[in-house]
Ligand binder design. Structure first.
Ligand code: DGY
Length: 326
């Protein structure tokens, strides 16, 4: 499987049927891992040896060790995710390897899930479901699972007004929320049309009832939300994170949820994924999901097809459709 071959494309996971059909149309040989969840490290290092293209997952660490294992034949790393913090882009660039990601095809699915977390946390849906299942006797009462009124003037603060942040804003607009966002170079006309006000981060945290994170993980955004930022958000406020776990200091978040510094959180991503801070697991006011923001059937097919097309293009000597710029 790992014999050197100039044009071999290796896929580090088991592709869907649609993706497999696309792979079958490629001119060169293709190898695929057997598990849908990806390969363990040693298997990946072995299988990537001599490959010309790697289609990989966000759980694959593409670093100097992997690039050394692949050898000089590797020309493209096509990450099946919009986030590419798992890829050492500079190390790839230094070796002339193109890195690509999958922007644009998962915005709506990810914003759907972020908004689902906004509603679930604001209106305490998961807590209330657990309560009914517990069998505890209940009847309607004015103070049962009272939460935040979302569509009566609540303010959503969007940190990272890129494609997914804007998709989140469109949903919030339909719920009549006031929308504020951190400054963005790319949002332009649509931000104006949606009536989004721009605020510096600290002011956004103070102003917002719900803060939703949509920025990439970079050295600048690691622990962007820590103890001080949570304090600025204040009691009753809600934090939603569908971006990357390390943007939030998870220990500080657990403490803030436990002592009422903020009201609730909805998390689809974790600082040390797949591990979850043990204190979060014990708290009722946090909804925890296993990184399923883009897990719509058609969305996942689009992500795989775009990753494959990026790899195909580079192998064919064409420009990659969605390259990452170092
Ligand atoms: C991404 O694409 O970066 C998401 O986290 C997974 O879809």
């Amino acid at each position: 499987m790992s014999a050197p071959n100039q044009d071999r494309l290796h896929v580090s996971f088991r592709p869907s049927d649609r993706a497999r059909q696309a792979l079958e149309t490629l001119p060169g040989p293709v190898t695929c891992a057997a598990a849908p969840s990806g390969q363990d490290r040693s298997e990946l290092l072995s299988d990537v040896r001599g490959a010309a293209a790697l289609v990989c997952l966000l759980t694959d660490r593409v670093d100097a060790e992997l690039l050394d294992a692949a050898g000089p034949s590797l020309r493209v790393v096509a990450n099946m995710a919009v986030g590419y913090d798992n890829v050492d882009v500079a190390a790839c660039a230094a070796r002339g390897i193109t890195v690509t990601n999958t922007p644009g095809v998962l915005d709506e699915a990810t914003a759907d899930l972020a908004f689902a977390l906004l509603l679930a946390t604001s209106r305490r849906v998961v807590e209330a479901d657990a309560f009914v299942r517990s069998g505890e006797p209940w009847s309607w009462r004015p103070d049962l699972f009272v939460g935040l009124d979302v569509s009566s003037g609540a303010t959503l603060g969007i940190v990272g007004l890129g494609r997914i942040g804007l998709a989140m804003a469109r949903r919030a607009r339909a719920f009549d929320m006031r929308i504020v966002a951190t400054p963005s170079r790319s949002a332009g006309d649509e931000a104006a049309r949606l009536g989004i006000e721009t605020l510096p981060l600290a002011d956004l945290l103070v102003t917002s009832d719900v803060v939703s994170l949509h920025c990439p993980l970079t050295p600048d955004t690691r622990h962007l939300v820590g103890a001080e930022e949570l304090r600025l958000m204040g009691p009753g406020s809600v934090l939603v994170n569908t971006a990357r776990g390390p943007i939030v200091d998870e220990a500080a978040l657990a403490a803030a949820l436990a002592d009422g510094t903020i009201g609730a959180a909805g998390l689809d991503v974790f600082e040390n994924e797949p591990a979850v801070h043990p204190e979060l697991l014990a708290l009722p006011n946090v909804v925890l999901l296993p990184h399923i923001g883009s897990a719509g059937r058609a969305t996942r097919d689009r992500m795989a097809m775009l990753a494959i097309d990026n790899a195909r293009a580079v192998l064919a000597g064409e420009p990659a459709p969605t390259p990452v710029h170092p």
